[in-house]
Design a binder for this molecule. Structure first.
Ligand code: G
Ligand code: G
Ligand code: MN
Length: 528
């Protein structure tokens, strides 16, 4: 994919990764605030309804007691009983007797009849309510009179609302759901909307957002009473602010972590070509050399060039970046860089040993491209080396990629380079490779060398490989030799060359030069 859309997509993913948790936390703050405010408002409504129900229940008990006593209305005994009843009920201010819209007497000793006027509200159950009557010594504090069956209850309408609300703007109302106009029994606030009083089922409750208010409604199961509590929506926003202080930083943190991870991942994966191009420019690709020794003399006669990538954080494994480079069609750039580095290093090796041979790993793409032949021509010119100083190493996968490969290999061999089959025996078609291609060297894979002197099922395979190589007149290099008995075994079975940790790990040019010197000196001593 071209670079620009890739950057665009990465930016988009990173922005989503950052914004998603931030938006989620904002939504969570809003959701939490709504839930808290809803719970508060419902709680208030239930509290008011409970008080109203209790008042109704106390009045019902009082009326029952007075009816059962059947005393002459307003007689001394009647007044006495009314006082007793009044004392036992916490929500009623007083009880009394009514007839023809007139309060005849009360438990508080009122004996002069008080005309109440027409009732403000009459329910279908025959309950009449007279609002805001000045009955006693306290004219500034009007009371409601609720009358049924000749008895009256005098209540303070504000008592039901004696609860702590969140603020003065919270509106409260107790109403009669069965009344055609859903008349208010008591209210605190003036901005009620008629739709808030649409009756709900007895014993049920609901909360809605309506006209900028959070409206909670509860209806009594046994009384003809319902309560509305309306809280301004601004209270929710105020709460969101408080929750946001807590949630948003968490969201921003999560967003930042996610965004960072996404950008790291996209840098690691999607922008591999960009990274490789940069690495090729800034010199973070380099080569190490693993010595190849002659088993008989232990002399270092050559080395395999192994590419390395020094990245800012840690070295990147070739097992990762070689297949990636192959996949995105950039492996030839790596081969070109390796050849450039080897061409620069070779003169130093040749100064010590003019026969020294460096093996370079080639990929399928290199072996299907005619330009490789020209590149090798140029390599000889730049390095001043002879073709015998270079071996072209490739796995069977690389050999079998395209029909041109055989021709290109022939051309390279005609130039004088030798060709080795790498990791021999690990693929599916190694044998057909040997038949169809002209090769010089077979590199025995370390999985077979590992089995030497063990009684594993495949421990005999190495012998067959060696036999086959002999019969095809191929030179052999054993890979992954880690112990002296392995080296001994290979030598005894006619393998001339080997590489592996027993002789040396991949090393830089300085160390390899030292090792060439040391082994050359060792051989001279041995010969004397
Ligand atoms: O020693 P190392 O871990 O680098 O080997 C890992 C793999 O990378 C080996 O299979 C080796 O063949 C491969 N490799 C190392 N250098 C090169 C290179 O320059 N070109 C190619 N195509 N493969 C390489
Ligand atoms: O190109 P090739 O696939 O042969 O790459 C050789 C790989 O084997 C490299 O990863 C190199 O580091 C690794 N290697 C070289 N010598 C040894 C050895 O003696 N033992 C093991 N385990 N790995 C080795
Ligand atoms: Mn190799």
């Amino acid at each position: 994919m071209p670079n620009k859309p890739r950057v665009g997509i990465a930016l988009f993913i990173a922005s989503v990764a950052f914004l998603a948790p931030v938006l989620a936390s904002a939504y969570l703050a809003w959701w939490e605030s709504c839930a808290t405010e809803k719970a508060l408002s419902l709680n208030n409504a239930q509290d008011i309804l409970r008080r109203s129900e209790e008042t109704s229940s106390q009045f019902k008990d009082a009326a029952q007691r007075l009816t059962q006593a059947d005393l002459p209305p307003c007689s001394p005994q009647d007044l006495k009983l009314m006082r007793q009843v009044d004392l036992g009920s916490s929500y009623m201010k007083a009880v009394g007797r009514v007839a023809h819209d007139t309060l005849l007497c009360t438990s508080q000793g009122v004996t002069n009849p008080v005309f109440l006027g027409k009732p403000d509200l009459v329910t279908e159950h025959g309950v009449s309510t007279y609002f805001q009557k000045n009955l006693a010594a306290q004219p500034s504090h009007p009371l409601d009179v609720i009358a049924v069956g000749g008895f009256a209850m005098i209540v303070d309408p504000n008592l039901a609302f004696d609860i702590s609300t969140e603020g003065p703007d919270v509106e409260l109302a107790v109403f009669v759901p069965s009344a055609p106009n859903h008349d208010l029994v008591a209210a605190q606030g003036q901005n009620f909307l008629s739709e808030w009083f649409e009756p709900i089922d007895p014993g049920s409750q609901s909360t809605i957002l309506n006209n900028g208010c959070l409206v909670s409604r509860v209806r009594s199961a046994q009384w003809d009473l319902a309560v509305v509590v309306a809280t301004p929506q601004s209270y929710i926003y105020r709460r969101v602010g408080r929750f946001a202080v807590f949630f948003i930083p968490i969201g921003v943190l999560c967003g930042a972590i996610l965004c960072l991870s996404v950008s790291l991942l996209t840098r690691m994966h999607s922008s591999f070509p960009t990274m490789l191009r940069r690495a090729l420019k800034d010199g973070s690709l380099y080569v190490l050399y693993q010595p190849v020794v002659e088993l008989e003399t232990r002399r270092v006669i050559g080395a395999e060039a192994l590419v390395r990538w020094r990245s800012r954080s840690a070295d990147m494994r070739p097992d990762y970046f070689i297949p990636q480079a192959e996949q995105c069609g950039m492996i030839q750039l790596i081969t070109a860089r390796v050849l450039e580095l080897v061409a620069r290093d070779l003169p130093r090796f040749l100064k010590i040993d003019p026969e020294f041979c460096v093996a370079v790993n080639f990929s399928a793409a290199d072996l299907s491209d005619n330009r490789t032949v020209d590149a090798m021509e140029q390599f000889l010119r730049v390095s001043g080396a002879r073709p015998e100083n270079v071996e072209i190493e490739a796995t069977e996968r690389a050999f079998l990629q395209s029909p041109e490969t055989a021709e290109i290999l022939d051309a390279l061999r005609a130039q004088g380079f030798s060709v080795a089959i790498d990791d021999f025996g690990t693929g599916y078609s190694s044998l057909s490779c040997l038949q169809s291609l002209s090769l010089d060297t077979l590199k025995i894979d370390r999985t077979f060398v590992e089995t030497i002197n063990t009684d594993g099922a495949t421990s005999q395979v190495v012998l067959h490989i060696i036999e086959m190589a002999h019969s095809l007149h191929l030179e052999m290099v054993a890979e992954g030799v880690e112990t002296e008995p392995q080296a001994h075994y290979l030598l005894n079975h006619g393998v001339r060359y080997a590489q592996g940790w027993h002789f040396g790990r991949p090393m830089d040019i300085g160390h390899l030069c030292e090792q060439i010197h040391v082994t050359a000196a060792y051989e001279e001593v041995a010969c004397v």
